[in-house]
Design a protein around this ligand. Structure first.
Ligand code: ADP
Length: 151
């Protein structure tokens, strides 16, 4: 069984995440969307809301699960018996950042990180841009899946 996790804050889920998740599930038997819980981080959406956006968006796909985690990503992989971490790459900045994390995770465990490039047209989307548009009363509907739009 090839099980991967897709870790992130998902504050909120965007069409960029959605794209990586739908393409990622074609590579694995099961994909766990791992919603990070960090006591020091300020979120716009509550943990319950962030989970609900994802659960509802993938309700028809039984191989996609949603769980929360705290602490090291590699420890969570161990706990759920996942051999792979899925991450998305939007730009060179993401690459440099992700490279350091992937190397560290590889030192800490046997885990392999699998990267997918953003589909064209979605590389500019980030949760922080969505939050900015929301804060300033703009139309964010073109940036997020229906389940987030409904909020
Ligand atoms: P984090 O808090 O770890 O940055 P995010 O929720 O912002 O979590 O992102 C989780 C993952 O989704 C990361 O691998 C990130 O690169 C990827 N991602 C975010 N937005 C996009 C996008 N527009 N296209 C592809 N991947 C994306």
């Amino acid at each position: 069984m090839r099980r991967a996790i897709f870790p992130g804050s998902f504050d909120p889920l965007t069409l960029g995440h959605h794209d990586i998740i739908l393409r990622g599930i074609t590579l694995f038997d099961e994909l766990i969307i791992a919603v990070g819980v960090n006591a020091d981080k300020k979120y716009m959406f509550t943990l319950e809301q962030r989970i609900e956006f994802i659960t509802k968006a993938f309700i028809t796909e039984s191989r996609i699960k949603v769980l929360t985690y705290e602490g090291l990503t590699v420890d969570f992989c161990d706990k759920v018996n996942a051999g792979f971490i899925l991450r998305g790459l939007r730009n060179p900045g993401d690459f440099e950042f992700e490279k350091a994390i992937a190397h560290t995770n590889r030192k800490l465990s046997e885990i392999e990180t699998v990267f997918l490039l953003t589909s064209s047209g979605k590389s500019f989307i980030s949760s922080s841009i969505v939050r900015d548009v929301i804060r300033n009363g703009g139309d964010y509907s073109i940036l997020v899946p229906d389940t987030v739009r409904a909020k």
